[in-house]
Design a protein around this ligand. Structure first.
Ligand code: S3P
Length: 437
């Protein structure tokens, strides 16, 4: 799939982007191992979250799905999953694989997990090794990559573990294994990471303790042997998808968008802090809670942006938004510098290398470093870039098309459907000159 963006778009109107990917994955995982029915509204019908849904259906969970993102999950309890008998294919989804690895380590059956070429080249030892300390037996392929073979075990034991990188996927994987382990499992995170697992566990009646350890670090504890109770969950619009429109409206004079029902959990709002520091005009309206998750409508108006040094503390809170933040930096006056973001090199693509390559191809100025990037406010000429099969790279360069004097062509955009089905249509409705071939 090829996207083409022609110059001249201005963004206006009210938009509702699809449901939050992280929360959608967790709704199926926790709903499936709860007692009783969980009803979900606003589930992301993207390939990643549907891969999780299908995996649980294969493990015997009845999940009825309506076309509008409503799910009815007949929970089977912590011990009710069945041997799927086949390898579970998780497509492009790192979240599915890492969280499922923790959850499956505590089952009485063994499981095989695999994915597409990108997922099968991503590091899994970051979950396999600490799960091994809990007594799990997980075979990876060469140098810690998928496919994975997880030998079932009824004998997991809780551990105390300090995350070597600020990663919500590792934390969540170990907490899910902790539900099946004897004693307590305590994870120390060096800096805050998204806490949807903890919030949703509590919503389903499972006790999770969180205590601050220092200004940034905290310890999260679960005890094995409890049970979860089915409930109703509403999934907010994904702030990581809304981010493309926050930047798009910020960089085109005359733009103003209202983004409805966006999840504004403070562990996800790094993008808002970074754009505001650059001078963006973003305001929250109608702030409210959907269950345990804060939600707001976000109004964005065009503003002249300026380059900044991005606060390293904000990196885990904006980890998925850097591709489009780099595009905001191209529209800013002066230089923007990111450091402390080496994790970007092990996402769906090496997002530092791939963004530098594309920015240079479009006529912009950027310099990759080992753990970040420096970007200069630039005028873009246009050209052809490759997303390397990475959904967020494809959408970030679509936004870059708004800055270019000529057309921008983006190759390999099929994976946009992993997190944001309907992106091109929604962007066109908002005023972007985008076509899909
Ligand atoms: C996610 C955590 C983050 C993020 C990913 C989703 C999650 O990954 O990049 O898109 O749902 O827990 P890391 O934990 O590897 O930083």
């Amino acid at each position: 799939m090829l996207f083409t963006i022609n110059p001249g778009g201005v963004l206006t109107g009210t938009l509702r982007v699809p449901g939050d990917k992280s929360i959608s994955h967790r709704s199926v995982m926790l709903g499936s191992i709860a007692e009783g029915v969980t009803e979900v509204e606003g589930f992301l019908q993207g390939e990643d979250s549907l891969a999780t849904l299908q995996a649980f259906q294969r493990m015997g969970v009845q999940i009825d799905r309506e076309s509008n993102g409503k799910l009815r999950i007949q929970g089977r309890g912590l011990r009710g999953l069945q041997d799927p008998g086949v390898a579970l294919d998780l497509g492009n989804s790192g979240t599915s694989m890492r969280l499922l690895t923790g959850l499956l380590a505590g089952q009485s059956f063994s499981s095989r997990l695999t994915g597409d070429e990108s997922l099968n080249s991503r590091p899994m030892n970051r979950v396999a090794l600490p799960l091994g300390e809990m007594g799990a037996s997980i075979e990876t392929s060469g140098n810690g990559r998928p496919p994975l073979l997880i030998h079932g075990s009824n004998g997991l034991r809780g551990i105390e573990y300090t995350l070597p990188v600020a990663s919500a996927q590792i934390k969540s994987s170990l907490l899910l294994a902790g539900l099946y382990a004897s004693g307590h499992t305590t994870i120390t995170e060096p800096a805050p990471t998204r806490d949807h697992t903890e919030r949703m566990l509590r919503s389903l009646g499972y006790e999770v303790e969180t205590e601050a350890q220092s200004a940034t670090a905290s310890r999260i504890t679960v005890r094995g042997g409890g049970s979860l109770t089915g409930t109703k969950l509403s999934v907010p619009a994904d702030i990581s998808s809304a981010a493309f429109f926050m930047v798009a409206a910020s960089i085109v004079p005359g733009s103003e968008l209202l983004l409805r029902d966006v999840g504004v959990n403070p562990t996800r709002t790094g993008i808002v802090h970074i754009l505001r520091a650059m001078g963006a005009d973003l305001s929250f309206e109608n702030e409210r809670l959907w269950g345990a998750e804060p939600v707001a409508d976000i109004r964005v108006r065009y503003a002249q942006l300026r380059g900044i040094e991005i606060d390293e503390q904000l990196v885990p809170l904006a980890i998925d938004e850097f591709p489009v933040i780099f595009i905001a930096a191209l529209a800013a006056e002066g230089e923007t510098i990111l450091r402390g973001a080496r994790e970007l090199r092990v996402k769906e693509s090496d997002r530092i290398a791939v963004m530098e390559e594309g920015i240079l191809l479009l006529g912009g100025k950027a310099e990759a470093t080992d753990d970040g990037m420096s970007i200069h406010g630039s005028t873009l000429t246009g050209g052809r870039v490759d997303s390397h099969g990475d959904h967020r790279i494809a959408m970030a360069f679509a936004v870059a098309g708004l800055l270019a004097s000529g057309p921008v062509h983006i190759a390999d955009c099929d994976n946009v459907a992993t997190s944001f089905p309907g992106f091109a249509e929604l962007s066109a409705n908002a005023g972007m000159n985008i076509t899909v071939q």
